[in-house]
Design a protein around this ligand. Structure first.
Ligand SMILES: Cc1ncc(COP(=O)(O)O)c(C=O)c1O
Length: 372
């Protein structure tokens, strides 16, 4: 049996008619930049997350860079963040000239609040927690630390649309938050896309101009900006998909619940696989389903031979990339993140996954650990 990690083709088949409607509606107007579709999407997101302002941008990476920019982060500033994220988190910090200062993660694979204070120096300006895989960080503790040291909190919520912590949506905790609409996210565009949320009008107004070359009219440039606008077609698609987001996440959560029951009933304990925990006050949107697996590489090969696609998400912590050499970190600096990266494996997980496929994956994992 073939079991795909994700299935975007299936998503297209399911939504063909509605996507074509979005396409026709948008294209027929003959105007594809900063139209009503974009503002409608921003208004819907703002209500969904319960924040004052939202701006549609062309990626989660740009959203992060703009959040740092609008908060006045500049050359020489230090930003405390996690070594277990996608490269865009640290890339954005580097692009504004600031320096990422890593703090190790805890068991939830998110930045460990206990490790933050020891990293604070006179140059620290912000804490940038990442809600990895859609699991919201321990934001109350992080906010307390930030308040005590007068630091800004920038949430990288790229993976966390539809994720809640004590009934508060990701993006409500920090001073500003950024999201990605990359095709692999739960709310995904037909290509790249992103958005940023803030409660501060001035920031909203500044980024609104910045994303459009700094222009306040065709003939007046207030400051030099960038071209980072969410396009109208993707805005229409995202508005349509936002209506379905809750049902998408419900199915994804059901996948995880079934994996959990099935692996437990097959007797697979934490000596082999550690599944993500979920406290009763958490509601993870599970943009991916990653687990820490003993003999990860061998397991991946074994599953692949049975048609089961998995992915290492990601095998190298951010401080050990060649690009991070200039920050002077070394192997062993963040042992929890390093160990997690050496064991992490994403299992097939999407809203079109069938229960019998999940059972098949679990059985093959059980077979592997029986033999190894
Ligand atoms: C944690 C995190 N931050 C930032 C990004 C960047 O988002 P984008 O790919 O939309 O630029 C991603 C994308 O996968 C991400 O996972």
């Amino acid at each position: 049996m073939d079991v795909k990690l994700i299935d975007l083709k299936e998503r297209y088949n399911e939504e063909k008619k509605e996507l074509e409607d979005c396409f026709k509606k948008t294209i027929s107007k003959g105007n594809l930049i900063l139209t009503k579709e974009v503002f409608d999407f921003e208004n819907k997101i703002k209500k969904f997350i319960k924040v004052n302002y939202c701006l549609g941008l062309n990626s989660g990476t740009d959203a992060l860079m703009m959040a740092l920019w609008v908060k006045g982060i500049k050359r020489g500033d230090e930003i405390i963040t996690t070594p277990k994220s996608f490269v865009a988190t640290v890339g954005a910090i580097d692009h504004v000239g600031a320096k990422p200062v890593f703090a190790d993660i805890s068991d939830d694979l998110n930045i460990d609040p206990k490790k933050i204070e020891e990293k604070i120096t006179k140059r620290t300006k912000a804490i940038l927690p990442v809600h990895w895989t859609g699991r919201v960080c321990q934001m109350e503790i992080i906010n307390k630390i930030a308040k005590k040291h007068k630091l800004i909190v920038i949430e990288d919520a790229a993976q966390a649309i539809g994720s809640y912590h004590k009934s508060r949506h990701a993006g409500q905790f920090g001073n500003i938050a950024t999201f990605s609409a990359h095709p692999l996210k739960n709310l995904n565009a037909l290509g790249d896309g992103g958005y940023l949320v803030t409660n501060i009008k001035k920031e909203f107004e500044k980024i609104k101009i910045y994303r459009n070359h700094g222009m306040i009219s065709r003939d007046k440039v207030k400051f030099f900006g960038v071209n980072s606008r969410l396009d109208s077609l993707n805005a229409a698609v995202l508005t349509y998909r936002l209506k379905k987001l809750k049902s998408v996440i419900k199915k994804r959560r059901a996948n995880v619940a079934l994996y959990r029951t099935c692996l437990a009933s097959l007797g697979l304990g934490e000596e082999n696989i550690i599944l993500p925990k979920e406290e009763n006050y958490e509601r993870n949107s599970y943009v991916m389903f990653t687990n820490l697996c003993r003999s990860r590489d061998k397991l991946q090969k074994y599953l692949n031979a049975y048609g089961i696609q998995t992915l290492v998400y990601y095998g190298t912590p951010l401080h050990l990339h060649p690009a991070s050499k200039k920050f002077n970190y070394k192997k062993g600096d963040f042992p929890v993140a390093e160990k997690a990266c050496s064991r992490v494996l994403a299992f097939p997980h999407h809203q079109h996954l069938k229960n019998n496929q999940i059972l098949y994956v679990c059985e093959k994992i059980r077979d592997f650990y029986k033999k190894n």
